[in-house]
Design a protein around this ligand. Structure first.
Ligand SMILES: [Zn+2]
Length: 270
């Protein structure tokens, strides 16, 4: 009986250390949460990990509130860096990639409930359309944000927007002329539409972030902050950071322990 209990205890401990990195030292840096879709995945979805349920999202914001995190906006980053505004004690940047309509329908009302701020990377040519870059057999076509939804969120003062290119192309594989066009045209068109500067950019698929030519093109296009999909925390300030800013991928199959480890250790999984 006792041997059995010890066996169970040891098994659980081994399981924990193999799955979670709770033993890692605490990391320094401003955490950037990376979300995609908020909602329940369609049954045929092969990309379920990109879907976080509204209940999970609410629990995660509840965690942020309980642990005194302050969600910030893209436009505030520069103010914190220049000293124009004091950096909150525990800042966090909540980001959503692609610009799905469910960010407005599901995420925005929850963020409003908590009085928290979020940031969305838009694919300019897909606004008001659907996620045309996905293979339908991998992921169903779902609606993207409409212009009026984006403007309503912007007017609330709780949401800001960055660029995720014109067409969600893989910048590591595209010819350099197309890379430059994707970077510059999306910035210009978004600025015209939003009526304010767009300083943040996220690489589709994270591709090209660590290709020096692509990154140079992104910085030359005028982006101040470029976000990768590389897991981790980037030391702050981020201006002229030596490499693209790391993020914390919040997966649909995460537990709250993963969320906690992501924020405090910079990663949850091995
Ligand atoms: Zn994307």
């Amino acid at each position: 009986m006792i041997a059995g209990l010890i066996g169970i205890g040891m098994g659980a401990a081994t399981g924990l250390s193999a799955r979670w990195n709770w033993w890692r030292p605490k990391a320094k840096g401003v955490p950037v949460l990376m979300y995609h879709k908020i909602g329940i995945p369609p049954k045929n979805s092969k990309l379920k990990k990109l879907w976080v349920s509204p209940e999970q999202f609410r629990r995660q914001l509840d965690y942020l509130r309980a642990h005194q995190y302050t969600p910030i906006l893209f436009s505030e980053i520069k103010k914190f860096e220049s000293g124009e505004k004091g950096l909150p004690l525990k800042p966090v940047l909540i980001t959503f990639d692609d610009g799905y309509a469910n960010n407005y329908e599901e995420a925005f009302p929850i963020l409003k409930d908590f009085g928290m701020k979020g940031n969305i990377f838009l694919v300019f040519e897909t606004i008001g359309k659907d996620n045309v870059w996905h293979e339908p057999e991998t992921e169903s076509r779902i609606p993207m944000l409409k212009k009026e939804q984006i403007l309503e969120m912007q007017a609330s003062g709780l949401m800001e927007f960055g660029s995720h290119t014109m067409r969600h192309r893989n910048l590591d594989r595209a010819p350099m002329a197309d890379v430059v066009w994707e970077l510059r045209e999306s910035k210009k068109r978004l600025e015209e539409f939003l009526g304010k500067p767009v300083g943040a950019f996220a690489y589709p698929y994270g591709a090209g972030a660590f290709n020096p030519k692509v990154r140079e093109a992104a910085l030359e296009a005028g982006y101040l902050y470029d976000f990768s999909v590389k897991q981790g925390l980037s030391p702050f300030p981020w201006e002229k950071a030596p490499s693209p800013i790391r993020r914390l991928f919040i997966r649909g199959d995460d537990f709250m322990l993963d969320f906690h480890l992501n924020l405090t250790r910079g990663r949850a999984r091995l």
